[in-house]
Design a protein around this ligand. Structure first.
Ligand SMILES: CC(C)(COP(=O)(O)OP(=O)(O)OC[C@H]1O[C@@H](n2cnc3c(N)ncnc32)[C@H](O)[C@@H]1OP(=O)(O)O)[C@@H](O)C(=O)NCCC(=O)NCCS
Length: 143
């Protein structure tokens, strides 16, 4: 039976998180970025049957509001509920009444996920990635 557990990422997870990150191979800055997120206590690690399968990064630097900056699930672990578990955990643990996030207009999987979890569109940012605007979303917490 599959079992997803979400816990704070630890320094000894960093190599595994870099290994499962589909951008790390082509982006030299990503490994250092992951290390910074872990050091800052902003990174949650998802394990599937005991192995790191994905991570999520949340901070509070989006106009002072909680922001889900990144969700990454290793390619071999996708469509098994890992990403959803990470985002649900972020919603539960975010301080304040709402959680914000964003994704590229080209990212249909993430948009489908956000719609499923009740996120609503909240604007668009042009110019971060040429020709691929950033769609901003927020979800109100139920408590
Ligand atoms: C987007 C991402 C995080 C989804 O993670 P995941 O673990 O595969 O997603 P889940 O298994 O939890 O999917 C939950 C639901 O989201 C939707 N969804 C997820 N991936 C989808 C896809 N490729 N196409 C359509 N819907 C998708 C579905 O509704 C899915 O439910 P279902 O499997 O019962 O149909 C993953 O594809 C990923 O890491 N992509 C690369 C990084 C990225 O783009 N991150 C987001 C921007 S920061």
């Amino acid at each position: 039976m599959r079992s997803v557990i979400i816990r704070p990422a630890r320094p000894d997870d960093i190599a595994a998180l870099v290994g499962l990150d589909s951008f790390a191979a082509s982006d030299n800055a990503r490994a250092a970025e992951i290390a910074r997120w872990v050091d800052a206590g902003q990174c949650a690690c998802a394990t599937l049957n005991g192995k790191p399968a994905g991570y999520a990064v949340m901070h509070q630097h989006f106009f002072g509001h909680p922001m889900l900056e990144m969700v990454m699930v290793g390619a071999e672990y996708r469509r098994r509920g890992v990403g959803e578990a990470l985002i649900r955990h972020a919603i539960e643990t975010a301080p304040g009444p709402a959680l914000w996030t964003s994704t590229n207009q080209s990212n249909a999987p993430m948009q489908a996920m956000l719609a499923r979890l009740g996120f609503q569109r909240s604007g668009i940012i042009e110019g971060l990635d040429e020709g691929d605007p950033e769609l901003v979303y927020r979800v109100a917490k139920s408590n």
